[in-house]
Design a protein around this ligand. Structure first.
Ligand code: NDP
Length: 375
């Protein structure tokens, strides 16, 4: 089978300035680890790197973002915000962070006086995204906020307004826009390489353990749609280059009433696109799915697994996709740093997060009412 290679369309998407950092070793600092934290900060700033502070040192910050920040070329891990003192100590040692760049949720606003921190990256439970992003903008910082952007469209509006008022940029942690497999899906779909898309499916699910904030509607804003389904709707939008005009949705019966008190367990929904395509999606906290597939007039293309941090597999009716291992998060953060430095917009701005929140809200309405909801 023919192997497809990375194409020049990547450059059309504004990624020309980014090299692909190849993952190697354990992703931790090398020699710099042992140097004086203030000297390291000076070195990074002299190199023109922007300083990022991670807010909330949970699974994603620890497992993905901090290691990725050891590979970035245009930004670096300058500070942390945590409510857990033991994490502050561990991170300070591990990543050589000056004590003056370590904050908690009480003294968070004092970040405004810290010139080492250019970008605040909010990696908290979903219901906390709006407040901490707005406070970061009010402190005069650029913001990256994790997905989903917030838990209501009104909160998204407040976040966008706060960043505009501050004259700072706001971007969402949509890492897959920087992954070559997904960029290839964009190329194949939007350039109609196999003709117009006739059918699309996406599914993303995992089995959620009991007791996590993701199962608590107050913290998560909803169930798997907020957390995982958002990747499916994103994949449909960027592969087709379109946004849905209407949605329908159906939730499956709850199998564990103690675990799923006020959120959906499994949800299927359909997105009606402007050209008449109906894209079918599934998300669940009690199954395993991980795919994005398009069937077009003259062929098909798919990713499975589609949404992981690495190890994606891509196939088309013409062959397989092969790309080198890279850090999606390093590329995402470097692109945002370059957008700030070059005064250009981010390909994943707050407005995109708001659009997705609007679609999610419509899907929940369709689920509740059983009716088609126009967007
Ligand atoms: P975790 O539960 O692992 O971490 C959340 C962290 O937030 C905690 O460790 C804690 O950090 C802080 N926190 C502050 N207040 C609370 C609270 N009341 N309850 C729980 N945690 C609190 O979550 P994740 O890291 O998995 O997810 C964080 C965000 O990142 C979510 O919005 C999620 O959707 C997003 N995410 C995005 C991914 C992507 O691929 N783009 C992947 C995974 C998550 P501390 O102790 O430092 O205060």
């Amino acid at each position: 089978m023919k192997t497809q290679t990375r194409r020049k369309f990547l450059f059309n998407l504004g990624l020309a300035g980014l090299s692909i950092p190849v993952i190697s070793g354990n992703g931790q600092c090398g020699e710099d680890k042992k140097s004086n934290p203030n000297a390291m900060t000076d070195k990074n700033r002299k190199a023109g790197k922007l300083g990022i502070a991670l807010v909330g040192l949970g699974g994603y910050s620890t497992g993905q973002l901090a290691p990725a920040l050891q590979q970035t070329e245009h930004c670096y891990l300058a500070g942390i915000v945590t409510g857990t003192p033991s994490k502050a100590e561990t991170w300070k040692q591990k990543y050589n962070i000056p004590q003056s760049n370590i904050y908690n949720y009480e003294n968070y606003d004092a970040i405004k006086d810290n010139p080492d921190i250019d970008i605040v990256y909010v990696v908290l439970p979903n219901a906390m995204h709006a407040e901490y992003s707005i406070r970061a903008a009010q402190a005069g910082k650029h913001v990256i906020c994790e997905k989903p952007m917030a838990i209501t469209v009104e909160d998204c509006d407040r976040m966008i307004d706060a960043s505009k008022m501050a004259g700072k940029m706001l971007s969402i942690g949509y890492r897959l826009h920087f992954d070559p497999y997904h960029l290839e899906m964009v190329r194949l779909g939007t350039q109609k390489i196999y003709g117009p898309i006739k059918k699309m499916n996406a599914g993303f699910s995992f089995v959620a353990p009991k007791g996590i904030w993701r199962l608590d509607k107050k913290m998560a804003g909803g169930g798997p749609l907020m957390d995982l389904g958002i990747y499916c709707l994103q994949g449909i939008c960027y592969t087709t280059g379109m946004e849905p005009v209407a949605v329908t949705a159906q939730s499956a019966p709850i199998s564990d009433k103690e675990k799923f008190v006020d959120i959906e367990e499994t949800l299927t929904w359909q997105m009606e696109m402007p050209d008449g395509l109906i894209a079918a999606c599934t998300t669940s906290y009690s199954q395993r799915m991980n795919m994005l597939r398009a069937e077009a007039e003259k062929g098909w293309f798919e990713l499975s697994p589609a949404f992981n941090y690495s190890g994606l597999k891509g196939k088309t009716s013409g062959g397989t996709m092969e790309y080198p291992a890279l850090s999606q998060q390093a590329r995402q953060m470097d692109d945002f740093a370059l957008a700030i430095k070059n005064n250009r917009s981010s390909p994943v701005p707050g407005e995109m997060g708001r659009r997705d929140m609007k679609i999610i809200t419509a899907i929940y309405e369709a689920m509740r009412t059983g009716k088609r909801v126009a967007l």
